[in-house]
Write a protein that binds this ligand. Structure first.
Ligand SMILES: Nc1ncnc2c1ncn2[C@@H]1O[C@H](COP(=O)(O)OP(=O)(O)O)[C@@H](O)[C@H]1O
Ligand SMILES: [Mg+2]
Length: 198
């Protein structure tokens, strides 16, 4: 849980988004560790469909993740307005899959992928947000993090190991998102589909 503000970087004269660890959690070791991990995992990723991390600021008891300000609407808000035509929904799903694939190759599992954590810009570009529950994939090894983001090779098919298990897991949220994007926000049908997909 963070508080996200639109702000201006007065040095670089650009708008940014600032995600602040609420003061109530400033002395909570678990929340501090999670916030730190969110920043570190985001820092290890470099992809056009993932909001860019600009920095982590620490002042007194306040911590703030400074990142690219993504304009547009949350995908959840867009879905609540009605179905997205398939011709638009499919490119959205494709971009989400690309972001997940890159994160996975960098050894990062998002674990909280849902429409409210996806931003849709007016030009059709999506950005995956909120790595607050993300984790480093255990055993990702040299194909994983540690600066290999975006460059790590895929494990060979059939030799997937962590990649196979995690690969299935990482794509699991995608069908329900695509479904609700294409069908609009019908909670009964969406729930049924989620149950079937799982
Ligand atoms: N980089 C960003 N640019 C624009 N809006 C953002 C950005 N990051 C987060 N938000 C907005 O703030 C909301 C909450 O941010 P999120 O990272 O999901 O925090 P939480 O952990 O509270 O869910 C998002 O749903 C989105 O609307
Ligand atoms: Mg969120």
């Amino acid at each position: 849980m963070g508080e996200v503000y639109r702000a201006v970087d007065t040095e670089l004269k650009r708008e940014v988004a600032i995600k602040i660890l609420p003061a109530a959690f400033a002395f909570d070791p678990d929340r501090l560790a999670r916030f730190q991990r969110e920043a570190e995992l985001l820092a290890s990723l470099n992809h056009s469909n993932i909001a860019v991390l600009y920095g982590l600021e620490v002042a007194d008891h306040t911590r703030a993740i400074v990142m690219e300000l993504v304009s547009g609407t949350d995908l959840s808000d867009r879905i609540s307005k009605g179905p997205i035509p398939l011709g638009q929904a499919l490119p959205i799903a494709r971009q989400i899959a690309d972001a997940l694939d890159t994160a996975h190759q960098a050894g990062v599992m998002h674990r909280d992928l849902k429409p409210s954590n996806i931003k849709l810009r007016a030009d059709g570009t999506i950005k995956v947000l909120d790595f607050g529950l993300a984790k480093a994939i255990e055993g990702a090894g040299e194909a994983g993090r540690a600066g290999e983001a975006g460059r790590a090779g895929r494990p060979p098919p059939g030799k997937a190991g962590w990649a196979g298990r995690a690969g299935e897991e990482r794509l699991r949220p995608l069908p329900p998102i695509l479904f609700s994007a294409a069908m609009g926000d019908d909670p009964v049908v969406a729930r049924l589909f989620r149950d079937i997909a799982h």
